[in-house]
Every structure is written in C-alpha cells, then in structure tokens.
Design a protein around this ligand. Structure first.
Ligand code: CIR
Length: 262
C-alpha cells in the first residue's frame, strides 16, 4: 500500500530557516490545523499516514521530505544543507528503516530531498544552496547500480528544484520558467505558473490526483483548465516557512508493518 511519513508542526516553526521569503508571524495553531487537513488529504488518496516522532525544538521538522529520498529499492538518507536541520535526520532514518535499506549521504556532501525530482528512472537534482556537487556525485554512484540516471540541474532564485518544477500528471510538469529551464525536461509537456504566483510550481502528485495549495488560485485555475485533478489544500502558514506540499511528506509503496499509527 501507499505510506506517507509526516511529522507534526513544531511549536518553534516561527524561527524556521528562510532564504528567499521575508519572515512573517506564523500562527502555529493554524499551521497545525492546516497540516492535519493535509494529512487527511493524503488519507483520502489512499495513503496510510505514519507519524515520525515530534521534534518540538527543531523548527523545520515538519518538512520531512528534505531528510530522505525514498525509491522502490532503497532510501537515501540525506545530509540537509542547513546545519540546523541535520538533527531532524536520525528520527526520519529510524522511521524508514522498517521499509527500506538505508544509504547515507556522507560529508562533505549535503543534499535536501526538496532538490530531487524523480521522473521514472531519472533523478533530476537541483544545484542549490542546499545540495552540492559532492552529494550529487554520491547519488550517482549509489543509484547507477539500480539503473537510475542522475542529472544535476541549475536553478536560480528559489530554495529547491521542486520550488521551481514538479510533476503534475504522467506526461506534464508544472514549472516557473524564471527559475528552471524547461528544455532540461524536453520529453515532458509543461504548464507554467501564473506570473503573479512564482511560488506556485509545487504540487504533490499521488496517482492521478494533485494536492495543490489554495494560495495560488490563478495557477490552480490553469491546472483545472488543463484537466488536472486537483485536491486543493490550504497550507498558507507552511508557505510562510518557505514550504509547500511536497515537503510535508515522504510517500512510498510498502507493506504495512504491525504497530504503525495512522
Ligand atoms: C527550510 O528553509 O529548510 C524550510 N524553512 C523550508 C523547507 C521546505 N522544504 C521543501 O520544500 N522541500
């Protein structure tokens, strides 16, 4: 079945890492309620939600995507680019251990899962402040034996590759052309974000349904007009922490072991 690892919003989220957005007050109670709705959307799409132990002192702990890249054959445990986020990793690794062989990114490599876009057997990895060439080279040597191709992708102006581009259907990407070059993904069709919604390229595709933030209504309308099946979620408080929808879960196929919580 499909599992989704998530972790609750930390009470310290207001002091999260921020790179490209200005700090604004975050309503923690609202962020938590939005996160619960997000988890319910995952459940409605057939996921069993597994909770990683809370980490109240780690402001960005809700953004579990950055700590691992889960593939069918193994999970790569990352070394996040922001040092403040590295203590998030052991609990994510422990939560994934029942399901996958774990392989770790080693220093001096660093990598955030938000920089990794998998399209079939190709992993596109953003060269960002959070992911370096050393880690991308490690990904290549870990994954080549499993038949994957790893390709580094330049990005500008945003935090992660998946801030700039995500997959929204089998053959379609959603992207911000200011931040990433669509020609890198020439086998795919693409839809651009609305000019007024530069942060709107992050959607979470589960089967043929797209979890997508209500904060980007113009882009949402374009998606619906292109017959994308959208599940709208309000994650406005998580967006203030420079997150969106892919970053709040790790979704993968697995047998369910006993004693898991939903
Ligand atoms: C950070 O800067 O690390 C967090 N405030 C936001 C991380 C969002 N992660 C993601 O989109 N994969």
């Amino acid at each position: 079945m499909l599992l989704a690892l998530t972790r609750e919003v930390s009470p310290s989220i207001s002091v999260c890492e921020l790179t490209h957005v200005e700090r604004q007050p975050i309503d923690v109670a609202l962020a938590r309620s939005q996160h619960h709705h997000y988890e319910n959307s995952l459940r409605a799409l057939g996921c069993q939600v597994i909770s990683v132990p809370a980490a109240p002192d780690l402001p960005d702990a809700v953004f579990v995507e950055d700590c691992a890249v889960v593939l069918d054959e193994l999970a790569i445990i990352t070394r996040p680019g922001a040092a403040s986020r590295r203590p998030e990793v052991p609990s994510i690794a422990a939560s994934l251990a029942p399901y996958r062989q774990l392989v770790y990114i080693q220093p001096p490599g660093f990598l955030d899962g938000g920089d990794v876009l998998r399209l079939g057997k190709t992993l596109y990895i953003g060269f960002s402040d959070r992911s370096n060439r050393e880690a991308i080279a490690q990904m290549q040597s870990i994954l080549t034996p499993f038949g994957y191709t790893v390709q580094g992708v330049p990005i500008t102006g945003c935090l992660h590759l998946k801030s700039a581009v995500t997959q929204i259907s089998v053959e379609t990407l959603l992207l911000n052309p200011q931040w990433v070059d669509y020609k890198l993904f020439s086998k795919m069709a693409y839809i651009e974000v609305d000019e007024q919604e530069p942060y709107g390229a992050n959607g979470l595709l589960i089967d043929d349904q797209l979890i997508y933030p209500t904060s980007y209504p113009r882009t949402l309308d374009h998606l619906v007009a292109h017959a994308i099946q959208v599940i709208p979620v309000d994650v406005s408080e998580l967006i203030k922490a420079e997150g969106a929808v892919t970053c709040c879960s790790l979704v993968f196929q697995a047998e369910t072991p006993p004693n898991t919580t939903t």
